[in-house]
Design a binder for this molecule. Structure first.
Ligand code: FAD
Length: 376
C-alpha cells in the first residue's frame, strides 16, 4: 500500500499536494533546493478550480489578508502620463490575487505540521522497482519512498532524471520574464502601471503594505549559453533588453542590478506525452507549464488536489492513480496551453502600431466594462 511520498519542490504545486496527501492518510516529505521560501514573483490569481481547493484548505482568510488591492491597469507613456486604463474593480468574490511568494508561503505554512520539509537539498538519482523508489540526494542520506512526485517547476530535476533532457520537452515561446520586489514609492497608486515599447513591457504592481513588484516581459530569441541558474547573466540580459527605455525603466534596471532575489526565466511551455513512469510522476510546471498567461498557479493547485484524490482512490496501485490524475487534469491544462499566442500579442506587441492598438483597445475594454456594470 502506498504510504510515503517524496515531493520535489516547495513552490505552489508541491505543498498543496503534501497538504492533501496528508489529509488522505499518506506521509509526505518535501525536498526543496532553495534554502528557504523565495521572495520574488509577480502576483498570481487563485481562481477557477483552485478557488474551492484554497477554500477547503481554510486558506482564504490569509490569502485575502495578503491580497493585492489592485483597482485597474493603467498604461503610461515614457513620461509616466496615463494613456488609458482598464478598470479591474469588478466583482472578485470567487478569486483572489496574491503575490506568488505569499501564496507559496501560506500553502507551505498550512502543511508544515503534517509534512517533513527539507530545504537546501535536491534529488540527484532515482531508481525504481515494483514496490518503491530509491532516492539519492545531493546532500542528505539516501532514502526509499513508495512514490516520487516532481513539482520542481519548469526546469524539473525529476523530469530530467526520468524522462530526459529539458530540450526535449520545453519550448521557448519567444518571451522572457523578470520580476523583483521594489519599494512602494515607485507606484504609490492602486493601479498596475504598465509601460510598453515595441517588444518590451515594464510594469509595477502595487501590493499591500510598503511594497511593489516590478515585472519586465520582453520578446527575445533564445540566448546562446543561457543558464537558468546564472543570476549575473540574467541581470546582463535584462540590462541589454531595456537599454534606452523611458518611464521608470532606468530605476528598474538599477533595482535589477542590486536585486538579491530576482526571478528570471524564459517564457516556455512544457509538453510531455505522459506525466508518469511507474511510481514517479510530475505535477505543475514540471508536467505542463502553460507559461506566463495561462494561470499556472491555479492549475498547479487544482492538479495537486486531483492527484491526491486519485492516489487515495488507487492506494494499492499508485501507477493507476497517476494515470487517472493525468487523464482528468489534462482536460484543464490543454486549452490553456493553446491560448498562448493571442495573450502574448496583446500583452507585448512587437511593433509601435501594436502598442498603440493595445493601449487604445484598453479604452474600449473599460468602456465595455462600464456598460456591462450599468446594465447590471
Ligand atoms: C521564485 C519564483 C518566482 C516566480 N515568479 C513568477 C512570475 O513572476 N510570473 C510567472 O508567470 N511565474 C512565476 N513563477 C512560476 C510560477 O510560480 C509557476 O508557474 C506556478 O506557480 C506553478 O507552480 P509549480 O509549483 O509547478 O512551480 P514553481 O512555483 O516554479 O515551484 C517549483 C519549486 O521547485 C523548486 N525546485 C526547483 N528545482 C528543484 C530541485 N532540483 N529540487 C528541489 N526543489 C527544486 C523551486 O525552487 C520552486 O520552489 C515563479 C516561480 C518561482 C520559483
Amino acid at each position: 500500500m502506498t504510504q510515503t511520498v517524496l515531493i520535489s519542490g516547495a513552490g505552489v504545486a508541491g505543498p498543496t499536494l503534501a497538504y492533501w496527501l496528508a489529509r488522505n492518510g499518506f506521509t509526505p516529505t518535501i525536498v526543496e533546493r532553495a534554502a528557504g521560501q523565495r521572495s520574488s514573483g509577480n502576483p498570481v490569481d487563485v481562481r477557477g478550480p483552485a478557488f474551492p481547493v484554497a477554500e477547503k484548505m481554510g486558506l482564504l482568510p490569509r490569502l485575502r489578508a495578503a491580497a493585492t488591492a489592485t483597482t485597474g491597469l493603467a498604461f503610461v507613456d515614457a513620461q509616466g502620463r496615463r494613456k488609458s486604463r482598464v478598470d479591474l474593480s469588478v466583482n472578485r468574490a470567487a478569486e483572489v490575487e496574491v503575490p506568488r511568494a505569499d501564496l507559496a508561503a501560506i500553502i507551505t505554512d498550512a502543511v508544515s505540521g503534517s509534512a517533513e520539509i527539507v530545504y537546501g537539498d535536491s534529488i540527484s538519482a532515482l531508481s525504481q522497482d515494483g514496490s518503491g523508489v530509491d532516492v539519492t540526494f545531493e546532500r542528505g542520506a539516501p532514502r526509499r519512498f513508495d512514490l516520487v512526485i516532481g513539482t520542481d517547476g519548469q526546469h524539473s530535476t525529476v523530469r530530467r532524471l526520468v524522462w530526459g533532457p529539458e530540450t526535449d520537452f520545453v519550448t521557448h515561446r519567444g518571451l522572457y520574464v523578470a520580476t523583483l520586489p521594489v519599494e512602494r514609492e515607485l507606484n504609490p497608486t492602486t493601479d498596475v502601471l504598465l509601460y510598453g515599447m515595441p517588444g518590451r513591457l515594464a510594469s509595477v504592481h502595487p501590493v499591500r503594505g510598503d511594497g511593489g513588484i516590478a515585472a519586465l516581459i520582453w520578446r527575445g530569441r533564445p540566448v546562446p549559453g543561457y543558464d537558468h541558474r546564472d543570476t549575473a547573466q540574467h541581470k546582463r540580459i535584462v540590462e541589454q533588453a531595456y537599454a534606452g527605455g523611458g518611464w521608470l525603466v532606468p530605476e528598474l534596471i538599477e533595482r535589477v542590478r542590486d536585486a538579491g532575489d530576482l526571478y528570471f526565466d524564459t517564457v516556455s511551455q512544457v509538453r510531455l506525452d505522459t506525466w508518469s513512469r511507474g511510481r514517479i510522476g510530475l505535477l505543475g510546471d514540471a508536467a505542463s507549464s502553460v507559461s506566463l498567461f495561462g494561470e499556472g498557479s491555479s492549475l498547479a493547485m487544482a492538479g495537486a488536489y486531483t492527484l491526491a484524490r486519485t492516489l487515495a482512490e488507487h492506494r494499492d496501485r499508485p501507477e493507476q492513480g497517476l494515470k487517472a490524475y493525468e487523464h482528468e487534469h489534462r482536460k484543464l491544462t490543454a486549452p490553456r496551453q493553446n491560448g498562448f499566442a493571442t495573450a502574448a500579442t496583446l500583452m507585448v506587441p512587437a511593433t509601435r502600431f501594436g502598442v498603440a492598438l493595445r493601449d487604445n483597445g484598453a479604452r474600449l475594454v473599460t468602456g465595455w466594462q462600464r456598460l456591462k456594470a450599468a446594465v447590471r
